[in-house]
Design a protein around this ligand. Sequence first.
Ligand SMILES: [Cu+2]
Length: 505
Amino acid sequence: MPNISRRTFIGGGTALSGLGLLSACGRGDASPTLVKPTDDIVGAVEKKRPSTGRERKFSLSAVESDLDIGGRSVRTWSLGDALPGEELRLTAGDTLNATLDNRLPEATSIHWHGLAVRNDMDGVPHVTQAAVPAGEQFTYRFTADTPGTYWFHPHVGTQLDRGLYAPLIVDDPREPLSYDEEWVVMLDDWLDGIDTTPDKVLAQARKGMGHDEGHGGGEGGSGPMRMGPMLMGASSDLLGGDAGDVFYPMHLVNGRPANDPHTFSAKPGTRLRIRLINAGGDTAYRVALGGHRMTITHTDGFPVEHREVDAVLLGMGERYDVLVTVKDGVFPLVALAEGKSATALALLRSGSGEAPGPDVRPDSLDGEIVNATDLVADASVRLDDRDPDVRHTIKLTGGMADYDWAINGRAFDRDAPTKNAFEIRQGQRVRVAFTNSTDMWHPLHLHGHTFQVGPDGPRKDTLIVLPGQSLECDFDSANPGRWLVHCHNVYHGEVGMMGLFAYTA
Ligand SMILES: [Cu+2]
C-alpha cells in the first residue's frame, strides 16, 4: 500500500464519522446501499484504466503568502508563492502522485476538475475524504487516463476564490491536432486581500439582497452597481440577464492584471493552441484575441468539430482550447467580465509595435460567439446511440433575495450529503435534465464523468445553464462512487446548490 493518503483518511476521526454518516443517512433501510469511496470496486475500476506504468511525483504546498499583483501587495493563500500555481503536466495513462502539504490555518483539499479520477481521490470533504487538517499532508494518487485541459483547486468553503489553483494538462501520446506551441491562459476574478476575503463576501451574500432587487438591472444603461462587496444589476444578454453577484476589484490572466499584463511571445505564422481556463468564483468571461479569429477545437478537455469564432464565453470551471495562426505584431487577449464592465488582459507578441493600453476592447468581443450547445462532439468521443436506463432531473432553485441557491429546493447538507443523492448503478446510460428554474444562469459541474450535451453536442463537465433553460445531457456510469454535481459559482455552491450522483452497490 504505497498510498500514504490512506493513513490520513483512516487515521482522521472526522473521516470515520463522516463515512458513518454517509451510510447511516441513506434514506432509510429500504434504500439500497451506496458505494463508498473506499469500496473495492473503486480500486478495481482504477486498475482497468489504460496505464503507461509511469508515476509522476509532485509536491504542492498550500501556503499563506504575500503576492505582488500588478504592483499591489496582496495577502492571500496560494500554491507556493506563484499565481496560478505551477502547471502540472502528464501524459495520458500516467499516474499522478501529488503530496499536498497544508500550511494554511484551515483544513483544505484538492479537487482535480474535469478528470474522471478514482472516487477516493476526488478531494471533496464530507463526500470522498476528510479535509486535510492544517499542518498535515495528504497524497493524491490516481491514473489520469484522458487527455485534455484540466485544472485543480480546493473543495473547502470559499477557498476556490483565493489563489489556490493551477492548470493540469494531460497530453495525448497520439495527439491528432497539429500545432507548434501552447499557451495556457487562466482567467480569475480577484478580491482576496483587497479590503475583504471570500469568507466575508459569503457572509454578506448570505444576508440576501432584499426582495425585488438585484435582478434585471443594467436597465437605463447605468451598468452594475456596487453594494459593498456585492453587485447589483450586472446584466448580460449572453447569460440571459443577471450575470453575477460579486464585485471584484481585479480581473487576472495568469495572475496578472491589465496594468501589468502577462505577455506570450511567438513567431508570426505559429500555429498556437490556447488553452483557456476560467478559474473565477463568480465571473463568466468572454474572450477574444485582437486581430484574429479563433478555431474552437476542444471544450472541457474533449474534442469538438472545429468551429471558427470571434470570441468564446467561459463560465466558471469551463475550458476551451482554440487554435490561432499568429499574425505579426502585438495583440491583446481580452477577457471581458460578463456584465461587470471590466476586463482582464494579456498580450500576444510576435513582432515590434506598441502594446495596447489596459482598457483595450477588440471589436471581435462583439463578433460571432457560439454557445456550447451549438458545438458538436468530435466523432472520436461521441457517445454511442443508446436509450437511457435512468433519468434524473436536477432542478436549480433559489434566488438572490434570500440567497437560498439549492437543487430541487433542498440545500446541500454537508453532514448528510446523501439527502441530495441521485442514485445510479454501474453500467447505465444516465440522462440528466439540468433545469434552471431561477432567474440567473449557473455553470453546472459534474465530478467524475464527462456528459454529452443533447444527442450529438459536446462532451462537457461544466455547462452554462441559462435562466429558464432545460438541457438534457447523457453520461455512462463507469466510475463508481459518490460524485458531486453542483453550481461552480463558489458562493452558490457553498450555500447549497449541490447534490450527489451516488452509485448503488
Ligand atoms: Cu449558480
